[in-house]
Design a protein around this ligand. Sequence first.
Ligand code: NI
Length: 184
Amino acid sequence: MSVLPIVLYNDPVLREKATPVKSDSKEIQTLIDDMFDTMYEASGVGLAAPQIGKSLRLFVVDADIMVEDTDEDPFGPMVFINPEILASDDNKVVIEEGCLSLPELRETVARPDEITIRFLDREFKEHQKTFTGWMSRVIQHEYDHLEGILFFDYLGSFKKRLIARRLQLIDEGQVETEYPIRER
Ligand code: NI
């Protein structure tokens, strides 16, 4: 098990549409273990394979820390392989988000509160589940990574101008993180 360096927002791999995972293998299981190690090391609640430079439709989530003081259920660590969002709520909620590929940037984003998603777990068993609250939020954020979407894409032009400087600093390598990053 090992902690892998996380790619930053300007890495082209984060703009690709990731490809489906073909089948189970020792490599995929090791990758999943490494992604959990990397996510926990970076104090993240979700991590998508493109964020460690692998353009695969796979992400891991553990949002238990977010639900500690809420009435939401803890789900523990979860793996989503080849996920497909089947339905989402018309009711949108505004929540502040961050991303390990965008250090020190936090902005509010409106997303559906409830989603229904079909996915394979790490045993490649199929599930269909409906999530609300924090799990729904983290899942939607990670799912976007598989589509080449980053959360600041949702910001309006005014907010985009406000964050331009921060993005430029990342471009220039002037970024400090408490986890390993892979600079371009
Ligand atoms: Ni992210």
